[in-house]
Each structure stands twice: as structure tokens, then as C-alpha cells.
Write a protein that binds this ligand. Structure first.
Ligand code: GRF
Length: 212
């Protein structure tokens, strides 16, 4: 069975969705850079070990990343899952876990990298928005795409309403992508293309079925 470590900074709803999915994986630990992250209590309540590596305690990014890597490596994970982890990671850190570092981003990348994606999507007037699971590379929010889910944008809706509908899809595709990884069904080719072996056509491109 594969071992994963989940990194969070706050609410932890994606982490919770991953835990609830009862994947055939061992979740060795949840690590947060924020001592007050709500997700820590959720993980503890589910019997998952938690560790805090507070970034404010370090002189610079390199020192923090080294401490973070040490906390991760204790568990020898096959996969490191970024689930709302709000720190930019150094190139050295990313290279260390190349092909084993996954992230979820609340937009249909490459559209709307960075923060406030729902606000930007509404301002741009796009009709389709969504979320993306991708491998992490040193180009922030630009790594090889594993799965995406699309949601229609409803005329006049608020940022919060759109965000909630996208989040629901995040909770669907992130556990699925992790399952594929842990079943050995993902291949990352040198040109940065991801293949999902044994997936039905379009299975890694989901559409939100309804707008309530
Ligand atoms: C999610 O929208 C995720 O896509 C983004 O940060 C948010 C984290 O939410 N990277 P949560 O902590 O998983 O609830």
C-alpha cells in the first residue's frame, strides 16, 4: 500500500475529502505550516497524526523547506499532497519530490493561476470555470495536468457561490487523482504529459452535472 503525506495551511476541506474517500493508501501524516489551521483538528479527529512546521520560525524559505522536507521524509511517502498549502516552495524542494508532488488549484489551468481565482473568473466573464489537479513543477500553477472538472458560471452569481460549487468538484477530483497515482495508473512523460492508464475517454475531465 502506498503512503501519502498531506500538507495544509487552513480549512482542510480537500484533506477531509481525501480522508473520507477511504482510499487504499496509508495517510502517514498531515503537516501544516499554520499552527491554527482548522484542518489539524479534523485530521486528529480522524485518527491521523499531525505535525506543525511553522514557517514564521525560520530565517528564510530554504531553511523552512529543509525543515518541511525533514518532517516529510520521516514517513518515506510515495506521494506528497498539497491541499490548500499556501507557501511557495523552493526549486530544490520541488526537485526533491519531482513526480511525487500533487496540488489542486481552483481554476481551469492555465487560466487564472495565483490567488482569487473565482473573482478573476467572474471579472473575465468566462462561462466555464473549475479546478485542476496537477503535478507541481517550479513554474507555479503550471505543472502537468492530471484531472480537471468544469462548472458553468451562473449569470450574476457571487464569488462565494461560484467558489462553493468549484470546491464540491475539488472534493471529487482530488481523491480520484490520488487513487490513480496510488494504483500506479499515472505516467508523467518527460515532455510533461500525464497519461491515466485504464481511464475511460474523458474520465479525467469531469463536468459538474447540475447547477442548483
Ligand atoms: C482550495 O480551493 C484549493 O483548491 C486551494 O486552496 C483551497 C483550500 O481549501 N489550493 P481547503 O483548505 O482544502 O478547504
Amino acid at each position: 500500500m502506498k503512503t501519502i503525506v498531506i500538507l495544509i495551511s487552513g480549512r482542510g476541506s480537500n484533506m477531509e475529502a481525501i480522508l473520507r474517500a477511504r482510499l487504499p493508501v496509508r495517510v502517514a501524516c498531515v503537516i501544516s505550516n499554520e499552527p491554527d489551521a482548522k484542518g489539524l483538528a479534523t485530521a486528529n479527529a480522524q485518527g491521523v497524526a499531525t505535525v506543525v512546521v511553522p514557517h514564521r520560525g525560520f530565517r528564510d524559505r530554504a531553511e523552512f523547506d529543509a525543515a518541511l522536507a525533514a518532517a516529510i521524509d520521516v514517513h518515506q511517502p510515495d506521494l506528497i499532497v498539497l491541499a490548500g498549502f499556501m507557501r511557495i516552495l523552493s526549486d530544490g524542494f520541488i526537485a526533491r519530490y519531482q513526480g511525487r508532488l500533487m496540488n489542486i488549484h481552483p481554476s481551469l489551468l492555465p487560466s487564472f493561476p495565483g490567488l482569487h481565482t473565482h473573482r478573476h473568473a467572474l471579472a473575465a466573464g468566462v462561462r466555464i470555470h473549475g479546478c485542476t489537479v496537477h503535478f507541481v513543477t517550479s513554474a507555479v500553477d503550471r505543472g502537468p495536468i492530471i484531472a480537471q472538472a468544469a462548472v458553468p458560471v451562473v449569470a450574476g452569481e457571487s464569488e462565494e457561490a461560484l467558489s462553493a460549487r468549484v470546491l464540491r468538484e475539488e472534493h471529487r477530483i482530488y481523491p480520484q487523482a490520488i487513487r490513480w497515482f496510488c494504483e500506479g495508473r499515472l505516467t508523467l512523460s518527460p515532455d510533461g504529459a500525464v497519461t491515466v492508464h485504464g481511464a475511460r475517454a474523458g474520465e479525467n475531465a469531469l463536468r459538474s452535472p447540475v447547477v442548483e
